[in-house]
Design a protein around this ligand. Structure first.
Ligand code: GAR
Length: 203
């Protein structure tokens, strides 16, 4: 049988989406891919603890230490190559890659975004800000999107979306949690399996 697709998960924060991927692999639902490396661009991100608890190798790559976006991306590419990574998943990764980077991995980078793209997305829309913007606009439905990453921030081909209702009294924090629980933590593992299975078919 084909060995599973080696996946790298890129993180910056709490890593609940990483945890959803780890749990999905443990349950045998994510079976065509194997989380083989977790890279953080933030020192001490809790996501790194989650990776260590699951015996997944980790690396921290800091732009401020490397001095430039080019050097930051070169270091990440080096780690991906060294580890034979075939699929990159951005799971709460709060940094935007250059076209030089994204074009090196066409349809091999996935991202989860906490809104229904094309609403509340693009530069400046990340994390809690997305939910603040949705509440400020007054939409009644929001959700999450998993898409391929290309040179346009949040502009790549959409793979999966799920709607989540906004409720009276929602704060950005309450809404963020509901969007994660009802949408992100299901969509991201499903998309990871879908794309990994497709890569295996093409091997
Ligand atoms: C998630 O809601 C994710 O969709 C969002 O940041 C959060 C990370 O949480 N990502 C973006 O906004 C990217 N534009 P996590 O670290 O617990 O997975």
């Amino acid at each position: 049988m084909n060995s599973p697709v080696k996946i790298a998960v890129l993180v910056s924060g709490g890593g609940t989406n990483l945890q959803a991927l780890i749990d999905s692999e443990k349950r045998g639902e994510l079976k065509s891919g194997k989380i083989s490396l977790v890279i953080s661009n933030k020192e001490g991100a809790y996501a790194l603890e989650r990776a260590k608890n699951a015996d997944i190798p980790t690396a921290t790559v800091l732009k401020k230490e490397l001095g430039s976006q080019e050097a930051f991306e070169a270091k990440i590419k080096e780690l991906l190559t060294e580890n034979g990574i075939e699929l990159i998943i951005l799971a709460g990764f709060m940094s935007i890659f250059s076209e030089d980077f994204t074009s090196a991995y066409p349809e091999r980078i996935l991202n989860v975004h906490p809104s229904l793209i094309p609403s509340f997305c693009g530069k400046g829309f990340y994390g809690l800000h997305v939910h603040e913007a949705a509440l400020a606009y007054g939409v009644k439905v929001t959700g999450a999107t998993v898409h391929f990453v290309n040179e346009i921030p949040d502009g790549g081909k959409i793979l999966l979306q799920k709607a989540v209702a906004i409720q009276d009294g929602d704060t950005p924090e309450i809404l963020q949690k509901r969007v994660m629980e009802e949408a992100e933590w299901h969509l991201l593992p499903s998309a990871a399996e879908m794309v990994s299975a497709e890569i295996l078919r093409k091997r």
